[in-house]
Design a protein around this ligand. Structure first.
Ligand SMILES: [Zn+2]
Length: 638
């Protein structure tokens, strides 16, 4: 055995073992992954100007009134805020942030009724239409985020006790033989999607208390989520491979009644994914493989049928076969709530399955649509971020100076940080490559492994990882190789590693010494995308866009007909950005404009592109961008 191990190590000094999946990925603890460079700057601004600047006294005030007669969702904002705030407190240890968090918790605890209810609906409207159960879901989550961040403190214990009492209230009202005389999925909207997503914190509560009543209630919810004909039907429709946009109303027929987006249809993206998040948690506890299979099938459908080249999806917050329609001007594209929930969904499946394709999707969403939705000053998330057009603040919701997307936004950054690096058994797994420091603990060998990353990536393909592990010795480093990187170069202390395959993990097993360096060059070859008479470009994980700030002609100009076949990859050259607001700039000489008579091969103008996240980031109507470009038609085409 010893001999085998030695030969393996010698062999792997020069080659890597390409493995299709890690087994189960365990993220590094909060605070052990720090970001520097451009992503560190974006995070710092968001923490300072959004998370820390959110007034928790304000967003918890509605809980102290119980006057919500419009059926709105004021009670979701605090729980969403806590999802990011408590982990970021662990990350920053900021006393000001902790004081802000504690002020909010005090209001929430003070608002709890003897019945256990925390919310803002008057008694006669509770547990009915509207967003009351949804609000209690987020309140339970917020309380458990507090508990997870500081479980042994007095407040931590109070938070967990309060979460139990909220759940006890929900069981008493909407559980078996509940006081409201109906089942939980029969409340709220979209065949029970919104309310049923309470499953996730119910399973969390079971995991933290081991109280069988909560697992029994979770089972009761799962039965309705999978078996009721008029319920969410999250199992059979998924396993029959009925695409998410084709999961219709009762009898699986499209339902035109009930208002936007047809209340009985099962197209609502955010709420559907939130339900699967709970089903995955439940499958982890119970071993129900069919539920995990349904979540995986659904996620794969979304990747295949909905996700666009910027990693975003949804029109009017609903699935719409978005992948094949992404070049068209659909309404209200890529809601930030959908984006952040999608990032959480693939982060969870990455952890459960170890399949690097979920990391590919999370990375694409993060570097494009997510960063595009966060404004330059880090204080605001857009509600919608179209591929073509301009960006702006979202509307205020529920008479409050915030909205669902602003409350959800910070959770996306958290999903990126959580998936960045961690362990899989006794391997160190690196999924993302951003400048900063990563520390993970290998339980089996009881060793802290530390790397420092310096990344020009994704502006270029270059990353250097430097080993800072104090203790010399063997361990395996598994590096994610994105599926789009056809030819990746990896060198360890200058020695080239062979056997690197796209869409896998490259496992490097060797003796590591402090100061060892791993140099990675990803293949950032430009790719041309076409849908019918439209063309677009990506480079590595980055979608490219024209931007009016380059002042290089109308950004809506058509491409000439050669664009129907030609590949322009070699024409894109990185150039210096004209402004600090633009992360990446590329120059390309391309056949745009059909106003002239000269042959197609002549007089191509030089135009500029930037990364989609930077495009139109002035958030002014005068600053527009475009990702998909029309290609001209000729008379014989009808
Ligand atoms: Zn939203």
């Amino acid at each position: 055995m010893k001999k085998l191990n030695q030969s393996f190590r010698v062999l792997c000094g020069v080659c890597c073992l390409a493995v299709s999946a890690a087994a189960t990925f365990v993220p590094a603890p909060y605070g052990d992954v720090t970001l520097k460079g451009p992503m560190g700057d974006r995070l710092e601004l968001m923490l300072k100007n959004h998370v820390l600047a959110t007034d928790t006294t304000y967003i918890t005030a509605p809980f102290l009134e119980k006057t919500e007669r419009r059926g709105w969702w004021q009670t979701e904002f605090w729980g969403k805020y806590m999802h990011a705030a408590m982990p970021f407190w662990t990350y920053t240890q900021s006393p000001a942030l902790r004081a802000n968090i504690d002020a909010g918790l005090a209001n929430i605890l003070a608002s709890q009724e003897a019945s256990g209810y925390i919310g803002n609906y008057p008694d006669d409207l509770r547990c009915g239409e509207g967003w009351d159960v949804w609000g209690m879901k987020y309140t339970m989550m917020g309380l458990m985020h507090y508990y997870d961040g500081d479980p042994s403190s007095e407040n931590g214990k109070k938070a967990l006790a309060a979460a139990r009492r909220v759940c006890d209230y929900v069981i008493a009202q909407l559980g078996p033989n509940g006081a409201r005389g109906k089942r939980l999925y029969q409340t709220g909207n979209w065949c029970g999607f919104a309310s049923s997503s309470i499953l996730e914190p119910v399973v969390w509560l079971y995991n933290r208390t081991k109280d069988q009543r909560y697992l029994d209630f979770a089972t009761y919810l799962v039965d309705d989520m999978t078996k009721a004909e008029d319920g969410p039907r999250l199992l059979d429709l998924a396993l029959k491979d009925i695409s998410v946009a084709d999961r219709n109303g009762y009898g699986n027929k499209p339902d035109a009644n009930g208002g936007y987006p047809m209340k009985r249809n099962r197209w609502k993206a955010y709420e559907m994914m939130s339900c699967y998040q709970g089903l995955i948690e439940y499958s982890e506890v119970t071993g129900r493989q069919d539920l995990l299979d349904a979540a995986i099938a659904t996620c794969n459908q979304i990747i295949r049928d909905e996700i666009n080249l910027a990693g975003g999806s949804a029109s009017s917050e609903a699935w719409f076969h978005g992948a094949e329609r992404q070049h068209l001007p659909y309404t209200r594209l890529q809601e930030t709530c959908v984006v952040t929930t999608w990032m959480r969904f693939v982060e969870k499946l990455l952890a459960v399955t170890g399949d690097p394709k979920y990391a590919d999707e999370l990375e694409k969403a993060f570097y494009n649509i997510y960063l595009a939705s966060l404004n330059r000053t880090g204080d605001e998330f857009a509600a919608y971020t179209p591929l073509n057009g301009y960006r702006s603040r979202g509307h205020h919701h529920c008479y409050m100076h915030t909205n669902c997307c602003n409350a959800n936004g910070p959770r996306g950054f958290l999903a990126f940080i959580r998936a960045l690096c961690g362990t899989d058994g006794d391997r160190v797994v690196m999924n993302f490559y951003a400048s900063g420091k990563q520390k993970v603990h290998l339980d089996k060998s009881n060793k802290d492994v530390i790397f420092e990353s310096y990344a020009l990536y994704p502006r270029t393909g270059y990353v250097r990882l430097t080993n800072h592990t104090v203790e010399k010795g063997p361990f395996t480093l598994a590096l994610r190789i994105p599926a789009w990187s056809a030819n990746t170069s990896i060198r360890v202390n200058g020695q080239k590693i062979s056997g690197v395959k796209p869409g896998s993990y490259c496992e490097i097993a060797r003796e590591w010494t402090i100061g060892d360096v791993v140099d990675i060059d990803f293949d950032m070859a430009l790719k041309t995308h076409r849908i019918g008479h439209h063309i677009a470009f990506t480079r590595g994980p980055i979608a490219l866009a024209r931007d009016t700030r380059f002042n290089d002609g109308p950004i809506d100009e058509v491409f000439r007909r050669s664009a129907l076949q030609s590949d322009y990859g070699s024409r894109f050259i990185p150039v210096r950005s004209p402004s600090e607001d633009i992360w990446m700039t590329f120059s390309a000489t391309l056949p745009v404009g059909s106003h002239h008579e000269h042959p197609e091969g002549e007089n191509w103008p030089e135009i500029r592109f930037c990364d989609y996240a930077s495009a139109a980031n002035l958030w002014e109507p005068g600053n527009a961008c475009r990702v998909w470009f029309p290609i001209e038609w000729e008379p014989s085409e009808r």
